[in-house]
Design a protein around this ligand. Structure first.
Ligand SMILES: N[C@@H](CCC(=O)N[C@@H](CS)C(=O)NCC(=O)O)C(=O)O
Length: 209
């Protein structure tokens, strides 16, 4: 049965596209963008009343949340995720929670909400400053944990590298400086063929205003 992945145009939607390209899994891409009205159609709302992308459909399974989709794909197709119960899996989970909360939701997304999307969410200069400071503080944990290692978890590319690179791309787009080691890590992963093909697809559409 063909997998269907809904969504494109953003640093969150590239995550599952990249995972599918790494795994070499065929799928149908329904490239709808945020704030285009396409997440509010009856067809899409029947899948997710969150009205947010990405969404994966695999038979009867409708799965939301970019990190959950990447992890599901890794587990299902045998790559990108360490074995359940291993130390590596504990580290995978630790990194995933850290990236989603400390680099995505609490900091970069706050900058997005009250920066580019201030017309929707309102101006909040103090929250913006706290988010900038918070990102600079939290990213130090990633720097220290990663060191000069090529991969975040163990000695293989994993879903964590997808999530982390997507946030580092986002941070660079927002003008954050990264340590030389983090910048080298980001550049290396952006050179992967699967990143390039996924990015070409994901960014072939643009978000709405
Ligand atoms: N925590 C979710 C966040 C999903 C999310 O916020 N998606 C945004 C695009 S990055 C969206 O679809 N917004 C819908 C809209 O604004 O129309 C994830 O990681 O998948």
């Amino acid at each position: 049965m063909t997998l269907t992945l809904w969504g494109g145009a953003t640093g969150r939607t590239i995550r599952p596209h990249w995972a599918l390209h790494e795994l070499g899994v065929e799928y149908e891409a329904k490239l709808i963008g945020p704030r285009t009205g396409e997440t509010q159609t009856d067809e899409f709302r029947a899948l997710s009343i969150k009205e947010k992308v990405p969404v994966l459909v695999d038979g009867d399974l409708v799965l939301t949340e970019s990190a959950a989709i990447v992890t599901y794909l890794g587990d299902k197709f045998g790559g990108l995720t360490p074995a359940v119960g291993s130390v590596e899996r504990a580290r995978y989970n630790e990194w995933t929670s850290f990236i989603l909360m400390e680099l995505d939701a609490h900091t970069l997304y706050v900058l997005r909400k009250h920066g580019d999307l201030a017309a929707l969410y309102g101006e909040a200069p103090a929250a913006m400053q706290a988010a900038r400071d918070g990102f600079n503080k939290q990213v130090r944990w990633a720097e220290r944990r990663l060191g000069d290692a090529p991969f975040a978890v163990g000695d293989a590319f994993s879903g964590v590298d997808i999530l982390l690179t997507s946030c580092l791309d986002w941070a660079r787009a927002y003008g954050f400086g990264l340590s030389p080691a983090l910048e080298a890590y980001r550049e290396r992963h952006r050179e992967r063929p699967a990143y390039r093909s996924a990015a070409e697809l994901n960014y072939s559409i643009r978000p709405g205003a």
